[in-house]
Ligand binder design. Sequence first.
Ligand code: SF4
Length: 351
Amino acid sequence: MERLPYSQWYDTFNRFAGDLYPGRYTREYTASLVCAARQISELAESKQSLIVAHNYQFPELQEVAAEVGDSLGLSRYVAEQTSPRVDFCGVWFMGETAKTIVGERSKVYMPDKPGCSLVESIDHARVRAWKQKFADGIVISYVNTDAATKALSDYICTSRNAAQVLDHAAGQNPGRRILFLPDKFLGSVSIAQSNVVDPSLVDLYDGCCHVHAKIGESALEEAFERHPEAELLIHPECGCASHCMSKVMQGNSPYQKAFFLSTEGMIRHAEQSQADEFIVGTEMGMVYRLRRQIPGKTFHPVSADAVCEYMKMNTLEKLLDSLERDQIEVTIEAETARKAQLAIDRMLSIQ
Ligand code: SF4
């Protein structure tokens, strides 16, 4: 995404995000954001910092970042860079992943320390008990997990490559049980999208993300009623995902116009689709990115509730503070980092 000139922040934020965050972008507040952004830019340059932001961050954080993306895209991007400092705007576990990847080469800082309901649904003791029961079992965990869970895992995946990782793990380890965690919705959609020969060998952990779980079937039905011509771009972590997929497979209208996509997949699909109008079935921040990157098409949030309060704990003001005071630094215990790195490396090597 090309950097937006500061002179266009007020108009662009109100045009593309006015309905997403009503009342947020007043002239006065936007002017204060521009002022903070100028200081951030100077500090980032002098401290040789690489600022990266997840798609669910506020527009102003997306605009000051060198790269905006999903967890896999940001992991790959950070892995390729050599800057001595990374300022990561996302949830804490993503910062941990970045730190695991860059190791001692770079310091990683975050503006705040946001948790994540999906990660908090993981009980490490339960995962260890499963590993004891199935000694040759394979654990696949979502990239949005803490370093301790990654260290218990054989493979890491994202929503973009989950089916691919499942295929790879099942193909390399025929007949062995697989535990997929923590998101049960992502797990069931990934099994349906994969070529796994025996799905009964895959155990799904009973976790979910509260934001995506809230986007249930009724929210989709209402969105289709409001925008009957639109295609639905749906994130596989949505609570309705497996139900929605069964309707797609049965050919039910209007679900033939539903596409299960990671956040990067949404961008590619919307750019290439013949359709001009889309309902976005994931967190609100993604709607801003789609509108900004593809201004000729129309994007509607699936529901006004699709906001992750963890992601929104990061603000431009906190990022400035973090750059000024060199905090909050992400650190990981060496042995946990070493084990987590093995699982992450396997993910990054699967194309
Ligand atoms: S939307 Fe928020 S709660 Fe859900 S997985 Fe992402 S960071 Fe976690």
